[in-house]
Unconditional design. Structure first.
Length: 107
C-alpha cells in the first residue's frame, strides 16, 4: 500500500481506536478480524492505481453516456421543431385557402 508518511501516524491511531471500539462492544475475534480486513481492503482500493484506472473508465463511460443523451435530446428537439414547422405550414395553407375562397366568393 502506498501510505504517505504524514498520514501513517493518524492512520495507525484510527485503526487502533477502531479495534479498541470493537473490543469494547464484545465482538468476537473473527468479527474484529473481518472488520479490520475490510478496512485494509478499502485502504488498498483507495490507494490502488487500479482504482484510479477504474475511476477514469467510469468517467469516460459517464462522458459517453452524457454525449449520447445530449445527441438523443438534440434529435428529439429537431424532430419537434420539424413537426412544429409542418403544423405552422399546414395552418398557413388553411389560412391561404380561406383567403382564396373569400376572394373567389367576392367575384
Amino acid at each position: 500500500m502506498l501510505i504517505r508518511e504524514e498520514n501513517s501516524k493518524e492512520l495507525c491511531e484510527a485503526i487502533c481506536s477502531f479495534r479498541d471500539l470493537l473490543l469494547e462492544n464484545n465482538f468476537d475475534d473473527e468479527e474484529i478480524y473481518t472488520s479490520l480486513m475490510s478496512v485494509s481492503n478499502l485502504m488498498y482500493l483507495h490507494w490502488s492505481p487500479c482504482l484510479d484506472e477504474g475511476r477514469r473508465e467510469a468517467l469516460r463511460a459517464l462522458d459517453a453516456a452524457y454525449a449520447d443523451a445530449k445527441a438523443q435530446q438534440e434529435i428529439i428537439t429537431e424532430k419537434k421543431a420539424e413537426s412544429e414547422e409542418k403544423e405552422v405550414g399546414l395552418e398557413q395553407r388553411r389560412i391561404n385557402n380561406v383567403i382564396f375562397l373569400d376572394s373567389w366568393r367576392k367575384k
